[in-house]
Design a binder for this molecule. Structure first.
Ligand SMILES: [Zn+2]
Length: 1020
């Protein structure tokens, strides 16, 4: 959110109206802070008094000043922070007790001693407007004072306490930045960081004496430092007796924020780094004592030293006297940066280097992180990854430039942080759900905030570094630092600096890699040997004209290398043929390329660009230079085939590929024949209102049991057939060509998943045969068209679907089904009401008898009626009331979803409507109460006793059942105990021999398909 003051707009004219003016002004405001604060550690409350000296260095007079009151982000579940938390799938804060929330109050703002009008802007608890009694002229200053009280929340994000460990961040009233874009006001958010004015902080913290306190800035009490030093040598150094308070003071100039952390249990580790200039920086690490992690603080402090040395060398010298890391619980990522101090949840090298590195990209180069997360997170993450990359080269000098062949083997991922970043980027890119790195922080999906801001953009900076050359890149960044340190560079400031320093047009970088979600993809089209050279045709299939390297290879060794400027279309490149047996685009994997599968070709042979096949057991990451087929043993079982054992073959799962297949043949020990399934699909990425089109075929073959009427049972003495009903152990085979359209989301954070699937289902059911697809021409055919709209948000999700089905050839009918599902919570985690509604009607009635399985039924939807064979089942043919088995009572998730088994309650080729309610019971989690109601236009066949004439009678009936339901294994298994029902249902119950025969269960085995779940990111 950004607010312009009318006066400023008037004085500065139209340049300020630009929504996103991207060159910073030459002036900059300054705020100096003096804060006295006292911690009450029994109520978790801060009592403070703050003086802000505000220097108006702008060319205009200010009539108002906007102040951030970020602790109010925790005041209730309606704040932008709370709403974003829920959107990101986190409900802890939403369901928190009032006592666990937080707020800031007791504010009385005075300017130079006089009370001023202070009011929250409309719709916000966190942005306060001070209306100055008289304008603050250009190049003048004022003192703004206020008392304040902060109720510290539990740790839900950054500010918080975990018992008596305090993380005091984003905690005091703080002016918004006023710059070329006007007032940059913003609510506190979890995803999306901050933007603050530089100045000097002088903070005095009063708290019980036994606390160890770590903070931004230089400690002013030598006795406090002496106590820390004692703790280093003797971790059991006793804390002073309680009861007394102390005041500890910290001072720091040239920073834009102040954070502090306090605990009675902090252990201390200290080291120091000598910089090239000769200056020394103290490095400190504070962590609560943990029984089994005695060495951790000592190791962690060395990582701080690594970071200070690396960034000082590559970017610019660390300007402060100390750098501190505190290990604390944190719910906003692995770590969070503050000037000279950072807190981390995990004290590993990666997190510590990253967070300490933020002293440069955020701390010293004070960018607007909220609007331009790439300017701090991406650049900083790039340097953090580069520091690991360097150390890999250092430890394996024989590898030269860390040549990563087939970088996605686990070994290489562990060794190269960029390899892991590429995998993360591809998770989003190969799902066609990636976003451009330069958009605002709040616009990213939870996943893309990681895979794009951190991963893709870091890779883009690596590509820029390699293209420019390490020295040019490093000098460019060093001069950027020198020019903009302690200032607020905007995106265009960085771009102009980079382009003028290097003398290059970097549009491919800023407008291409950073500015779009276009997936870069160069491919080798052909290789021809002409004398001593190779004629290589490279095609730009992605569209971004980014520079890249081409190499000649001898097996995995690079012989020659050339960087080419980017182009669109095709380009012929001449490379030396000497010793080369392959050519490659970007063999070092230092450019972004979403499809490396086409990046290599052999220099001889017939099919130079065809990748060799590679079979391997249970692989899960990609080697793009081979056509990978993974295999894994699989088992299965059902009542007819009995135990089944086989092998599943599939290509890569993560990242996804354009063509995906699974082939899973199994040998069935019961029927001694081949069963299994096969699925293949081609994924086509599109732009516009459809995001992806999938074209595929599914096949399956398994055993079942068919109740077949009017079959030849035997022959009489005259050899005439005797007809009758019989139950056959049978087989079904299914062949389903399909096309699926996945719709684009206009807001990828909040929009529902929408798709339209059209399937042509060819299903053949026949007596058991060992011949695959025997007599398949006798199949039933259905066309199934389904539109699904699923709002899969964490809070109150809902979905609906519309399904049109028609049978052709041997089965002719048409029906339409509509279904709605919703969950409404009761204000407590996992407690709430499931609601389902269903309505279905036949537009064209099915053939009598033959297609009766397509009828609507009230209380008999077991596996036998899954005539489309869409549900995974153990006993799909079990329907005989007299010989019923357990699986007779397994209900399918369609139609009425009545939770009792009562065959005879009615079926119809007319219409059915149903509603199903399931509610949690206070106190008992897995047990729920249910009520099912169904209205059905029941069809009855009447035969006249005298004439034998058959008439159909339709009558609308209402049925209901209610009882208890137990949901287990993440709701995969639901067991239902009916208690009450309408009189008709109760009469049918009486025919049962036991209570068990009226119970039902559902088993959602389709939920357990791990390949599908991983591919479609349902598990992430
Ligand atoms: Zn970061």
């Amino acid at each position: 959110m950004r607010i312009f003051t009318p006066l400023v707009m008037f004085l500065l004219g139209t340049s300020l109206f630009a929504q996103n003016s991207s060159n910073q002004a030459t002036w900059q405001q300054r705020v100096d802070y003096k804060i006295n604060v006292t911690l009450n550690d029994s109520d978790h409350v801060l009592y403070g008094f703050e003086t802000m000296t505000y220097y108006n260095n702008s060319p205009v007079a200010l009539t108002e000043i906007f102040i951030h009151l970020w602790p109010n982000a925790y005041i209730n579940a309606e704040t932008p922070f709370a709403r974003q938390h829920i959107e990101n799938g986190k409900t802890d804060f939403y369901f928190a007790k009032p006592s666990e929330r937080g707020r800031i109050d007791s504010l009385t703002f005075r300017v130079n001693g006089e009370i001023v009008k202070a009011e929250l802007i409309a719709g916000s608890y966190e942005i306060c407007r001070l209306s100055l009694n008289k304008p603050l002229g250009s190049h003048t200053k004022i003192d703004i004072t206020t008392p304040f009280r902060v109720y510290i929340p539990k740790v839900f994000s950054r500010l918080g306490h975990e018992d008596q460990l305090y993380c005091i961040t984003q905690w005091y009233p703080k002016p918004a930045v006023f710059d070329v874009n006007g007032w940059n006001t913003m609510p506190y958010l979890d995803q999306g960081e901050f933007y603050s004015e530089f100045g000097k902080f002088d903070v005095s913290i009063t708290l019980p004496k036994e606390y160890v306190i770590a903070a931004t800035g230089d400690l002013q009490q030598p006795e406090e430092r002496a106590w820390w030093m004692k703790k280093i040598n003797n971790p059991n150094e006793p804390n002073p007796a309680s009861g007394a308070f102390k005041t500890v003071r910290f001072i720091q100039d040239s920073v834009h924020d102040f954070a502090w952390f306090a605990s009675q249990k902090f252990r201390v580790a200290k080291s120091e780094v000598r910089l090239k200039s000769g200056r020394t920086v103290d490095t400190w690490l504070f962590a609560e004592a943990k029984e089994n992690k005695k060495e951790e603080p000592v190791k962690g402090v060395n990582y701080i030293n690594d970071a200070i040395t690396f960034y000082s060398d590559k970017v610019g010298e660390y300007p402060y006297k100390h750098a501190t890391v505190v290990v604390t619980p944190l719910e906003a990522g692995g770590g969070m940066e503050y000037p000279t101090i950072t807190n981390v949840a995990i004290a590993n090298r990666q997190v510590i280097v990253h967070e300490v590195g933020h002293n440069w990209f955020y701390g010293i180069l004070g960018t607007n992180e909220r609007n331009h997360p790439w300017m701090d997170e991406s650049i900083n993450n790039y340097y953090e990854s580069r520091s690991t990359y360097q150390s890999k080269v250092a430890t394996h000098p024989s590898l030269g430039m860390a040549f990563k062949s087939g970088s996605f083997s686990m070994d290489n991922i562990a060794g190269s942080s960029f390899g892991l970043l590429e995998l993360q980027y591809l998770v989003s890119a190969r799902n066609n759900t990636d976003q451009a790195p330069i958009i605002h922080s709040e616009e990213f999906t939870d996943l893309n905030y990681g895979t794009i801001v951190y991963s893709k953009a870091s890779l883009a900076f690596l590509q820029l570094q390699r293209y420019l050359g390490d020295d040019v890149f490093d000098n460019m960044m060093r001069s950027y630092y020198a020019k903009w340190k302690f200032k607020h560079p905007l995106p265009n400031d960085f771009r102009q600096h980079a382009e003028s320093f290097t003398g290059k047009n970097l549009s491919w970088f800023f407008d291409g890699l950073m500015g779009t979600e276009i997936k870069p993809d160069y491919a080798i089209q052909s290789v021809k040997r002409v004398g001593d050279s190779l004629q290589v045709t490279v095609k730009n299939k992605g569209g971004i004209p980014a520079p890249f390297a081409v190499q000649t290879l001898n097996n995995d060794s690079i012989l020659t290398e050339r960087w080419l400027d980017g182009f669109t279309g095709n380009k012929k490149v001449t490379l030396p043929a000497k010793l080369a047996n392959a050519v490659a685009v970007d063999a070092r994997e230092e450019s972004i390329d979403a499809f490396r599968q086409n990046n290599r070709a052999r220099t001889s042979g017939l099919l130079k660009t065809v990748r060799p096949l590679s079979f391997s057991m249970i692989g899960n990451t990609e080697n793009p230079y081979k056509k990978q087929v993974y295999y894994a043993p699989i088992m299965g079982a059902n009542m007819y085939n009995k135990f089944m054992l086989g092998l599943a073959f599939y290509n890569s799962i993560l990242p996804r590929t354009k063509t995906e297949f699974t082939l899973a043949p199994m040998f069935a020990f019961g029927t001694k024949d081949l069963t299994g399934y096969f699925s293949v699909q081609r994924r086509i990425f599109t732009h516009g209102f459809i995001r992806e089109v999938q074209v595929g075929v599914d096949m399956a073959r398994f055993g079942t049991r068919l109740n077949t009427s009017n079959q030849i049972l035997t022959y009489d003495s005259l050899n005439a057939p005797i007809y009758g009903d019989r139950i056959l152990t049978s087989v079904y085979e299914k062949l389903v060509p399909r096309i699926r359209f996945i719709f684009q989301k206009s807001n990828p954070r909040t929009d529902a998943d929408k798709d339209l699937t059209v399937r042509m289902m060819m299903i053949n059911e026949q007596p058991a045969t060992k011949v695959l697809f025997n007599n398949f021409k006798n199949h039933n055919s259905f066309v199934d068209v389904k539109y699904t709209h699923a709002q899969n948000r964490k809070l109150n999700p809902y979905s609906f679907s519309l399904n049109y089905q028609f049978g052709n050839a041997q089965s002719t009918f048409q029906k339409i089904n509509a279904e709605f599902n919703a969950f409404v919570d009761f204000g407590e985690k996992k407690k709430g009401l499931n609601f389902r509604a269903f309505a279905g009607v036949f537009l064209q009635k099915p053939t009598e008898g033959r297609d009766a399985r397509a009828y609507y039924r009230v209380a008999q939807n077991n596996g036998y009626f899954d005539y489309t064979y869409d549900e995974s089942q153990f006993g799909r043919g079990e329907n005989d009331f007299n010989t019923s088995t357990l699986f007779t009572q397994q209900m399918m998730p369609f139609g009425s979803c009545f939770r009792t088994y009562a065959p005879g309650l009615g079926e119809t080729d007319s219409w059915l409507a149903a509603a199903n309610l399931t509610s949690t019971i206070p106190g008992i989690l897995p047990i729920k109460v249910f009520v099912d109601v169904a209205a059905i236009n029941t069809k009855t066949i009447n035969t006249d006793g005298n004439t034998g004439a058959v008439t159909m009678v339709y009558q609308a009936n209402l049925h209901y059942v209610s009882g208890l339901s137990v949901w287990m294994f993440k709701d995969v298994l639901q067991v239902n105990f009916p208690i009450f029902a309408d009189p008709n249902t109760q009469n049918l119950w009486k025919l049962n021999n036991s209570y068990g025969q009226r119970m039902t269960f559902t088993l959602k085995l389709n939920k357990l398909n791990p390949l599908k779940a991983i591919r479609e990111l349902n598990m992430l």
